[in-house]
Write a protein that binds this ligand. Structure first.
Ligand SMILES: Cc1cc2nc3c(=O)[nH]c(=O)nc-3n(C[C@H](O)[C@H](O)[C@H](O)COP(=O)(O)O)c2cc1C
Length: 457
């Protein structure tokens, strides 16, 4: 691996949900109401992100619509009608030059061959800007679309994920970088000694290979991950180059940062080869009052049925119908463990136990930040906080979650980005062409070529 030697810089990602990150964003007068299937909308977002010098934009995904009560489902568009993300990013690649393009693909309801091929293709189409967010599926209903009566259990799906990533990487090494000589003079299209067949046969997958696309410009597309559980942390240490795990206080962020980075050593990975970039729900105004007004307006648009559904999801799908929303969450309703996100469950329980916190306050917190941290204020106060977290080694950067799209992305780029640039935390132009260049991540050598140069794979 060839590592970058330049000074570390704050990594900046952008999480895009079609109308915005806030559950009530689609009701906001400035939101693009049909955003999920409006390509021009995404094109505008991608170009705005690139003008703001973001490292990458990231699209989350699920392979099923959300489940739950129709009263709530019909009032909240997320995951109900939107583009398949790698198809969308392939089109956006043609309209952008430097912005990294990261999409979710689940290891629970895909096959490694398809995913290896899809992301290698995106990497070629974008000239080295693809990233894959590895998830094990948050929505249990995905199982029902793939011939299973129920979702894999937490530990099982992480074990499958780990092997899945291994297979994908083996497939990405099917061809050495210079395998395709396409030599008309000799009549040889590829060099046979530079083709490597995976022959993978382990517990979860039997995959012969090779992949039917040449090696990706980045070697491997960049791998992202968001687990907070023990299994999630281990998977991150093993494979992730970007980590989206929610982090709510600087002390906890520092502990998480040290823990996950320390685990990398046993996989022979250097700590700077992972960028920890938790989500950040930024609400910016020219004054703090203006930012508070923005927040309150969105909160006023949250229907209680949607709020309760959100909270129910965070607690692993428990039934909250009949719950008094202006009283604390009854202790009897809090589950001890679930098959859902362990990190989200722990955070929700912690919030619910703060003295006097009502159910409404809990769901409003989720409605805006979606389980991540909120930062509200002026550009200066927001950048003060980001800078402190970055310099204290709580994070390597942030995944910005605009509440309403495009308006809050435009505000971030107009108000916060110049302040980040003024303090030399963010570039003013792109120095390199690939997502790895943006994030100062090394390009992995092909394991077969590396074995002849003495480098480890
Ligand atoms: C920023 C962010 C984005 C995520 N995107 C997706 C997604 O697109 N699809 C999905 O099924 N899960 C998604 N997740 C859920 C995570 O992949 C993971 O399942 C969750 O954080 C729970 O992991 P844990 O049980 O290890 O705590 C996301 C989580 C975060 C924090």
């Amino acid at each position: 691996m060839k590592a970058s030697t330049s000074k570390p810089r704050l990594a900046l990602g952008l999480l895009i949900h079609p109308t915005g990150n806030h559950v009530a964003s689609w009701l906001h007068p400035s939101a693009q109401v049909d955003a999920g299937s409006n390509f021009a909308h995404y094109a505008q977002l991608a170009k705005t992100a690139e003008a703001g010098c973001f490292d990458f934009m990231f699209l989350a995904d699920a392979l099923a619509v959300r489940g739950g009560h129709m009263e709530a489902l019909s009032r909240w568009p997320q995951y109900m009608a939107y583009f398949e993300p790698t198809t969308l990013l392939s089109a956006l690649a043609a309209l952008t030059r430097n912005l990294g393009l990261v999409a979710t693909a689940t290891t629970s309801y895909n096959e490694p061959f398809n995913i290896a091929r899809r992301f290698a293709s995106l990497d070629h189409i974008s000239h080295g800007r693809a990233g894959w967010n590895v998830v094990t599926s948050s929505n249990p209903d995905e199982a029902l679309n793939f011939g299973r009566p129920e979702h894999f259990k937490h530990g099982d799906r992480y074990a499958r994920a780990r092997e899945f990533v291994e297979v994908v990487k083996k497939l990405w090494d099917s061809w050495e970088d210079d395998a395709f000589i396409r030599d008309r003079a000799s009549g040889r299209y590829f060099e046979p000694s530079k083709l490597h067949v995976a022959h993978h046969a382990q517990e979860h997958f039997n995959v012969r290979g090779p992949l039917n696309i040449s090696r990706a410009p980045q070697g491997y597309p960049v791998i992202a991950q968001a687990g907070a559980s023990e299994d999630g942390r281990e998977l991150a240490a093993h494979s992730a180059e970007i980590v989206f795990t929610p982090l709510h206080s600087l002390d906890k962020a520092k502990a998480f940062y040290q823990d996950v980075k320390r685990r990398m050593d046993k996989y022979r990975r250097a700590e700077d080869q992972m960028k920890i970039t938790p989500g950040l729900n930024v609400i910016v105004g020219a004054t703090r009052d203006e930012a508070v007004r923005k927040q309150k307006h969105l909160e006023s648009l949250v229907h209680p049925a949607v709020g309760l559904e959100l909270l129910s999801n965070a607690l692993g799908g428990i039934d909250l119908a009949g719950c008094d929303i202006d009283r604390p969450l009854p202790l009897s309703l809090i589950p001890e463990d679930t098959n859902t996100s362990k990190g989200t469950l722990a955070h929700t329980i912690e919030m619910s136990q703060k003295e006097g916190t009502t159910v409404r306050q809990l769901y409003l917190e989720y409605a805006g930040a979606r389980g991540q941290r909120t930062l509200l204020g002026t550009p200066q106060s927001i950048v003060d906080d980001m800078e402190e977290w970055f310099h204290s080694k709580g994070v390597d950067g942030f995944l910005i979650q605009p509440s309403v799209a495009p308006a809050d992305l435009v505000d971030f780029v107009d108000l916060v980005v110049p302040e980040l640039q003024r303090r030399d935390l963010l570039r003013t132009f792109y120095e390199g062409g690939t997502l790895r260049d943006n994030l100062q991540l090394a390009r992995p050598d092909n394991r077969h070529a590396a074995s002849t140069t003495g480098e480890r794979s």
